[in-house]
Design a binder for this molecule. Sequence first.
Ligand code: FE
Length: 354
Amino acid sequence: MNKVSRRVFLGASGAIGAVALAELTGVKSSFAQRGQQINLYSSRHYNTDQRLYTDFQKQTGIKVNLIEGKGDELLQRIRTEGRNSPADIFLTADVGNIWQAQQAGFFSPVNSSILNQRIPANLRDTAKNEWFGFSTRARVIMYRKGKVNPSQLSTYQDLANPKWRGKLIMRTSTNIYNQSLTAWLLGIEGPAKTESWAKGVVANFARQPQGGDRDQFEAVAAGVADLTVANTYYLAAYGDSTDPKKKEIFSKIGVFFPNQAQGQSGAFSNISGGGVLKNAPNRAGAIKFLEYLTSPAAQNYFAKGNSEYPVVQGAQLDPILKSFGSFRSSTSSLTGVGPNLANAVRILDRAGWK
Ligand code: FE
């Protein structure tokens, strides 16, 4: 195939993809409008995100077609669609999930001085410039107020201390959140220490791992255990809730940011983020959208949608998050987490962490 006909072929297939998608989502589209829209595959499902899309369209004239789904479903869809995929951007939560998309070869590098200036280096892919974090979520210790004195708490590492025997609960190791936490710890402590940590944590379990993050602190509030580890946004949502049951649970739980002492790593903050896809029909528009997500106004909506922390300085913090207190996040690069995931899962398995 010569250069010209190849370009025509790719152009046409991209257009067909966009039209097929437009039909699926009920969006009116034409070939002429193609440059004026982007197709965003996102596993985020927050109402405030809608405001991002309308504001972006007002500013740039580029319409955002949102295709929502679970992260793995969207990845499968991108895989199936192949180079005909109409997807311009993939957004999801947890650097582990983002890394899986990267491993599948779905992203393409973006060299944007705006993204590089606004997003701290440890929250984006400094190896290949393929993904970027747009908000962070701290995975922290949560304890039952009155049962645990925060002065007894210190680090993630200390959760393996026998003083917590029968007092700790955690969600399963099949979930990406604990896998990423362990992969991060592996980068700091190395395999031997991380494995003995995992074994110590398992020895401290008050029950077999089960349920999601909310189930962990709900059980702590109910007295099943004294402490657990969960993402801050889940608890923040209970604080924001009008449901008196959730309010009561919220009132019983204390938040402790681990690893804050001098010389320690800082708390583990994961990201929501993503990147521009290799077969993006509107690459320029997609980059514009990612850059827009780092503007202070967009950061307010993006982070607030799930009570997460903005990545850009100067953006507002959710009042409930603020009430948890200020803390220091780990500055070690999240680029290192993905390559450690497989080893982390093996360590958790060997430790008997269900
Ligand atoms: Fe979550």
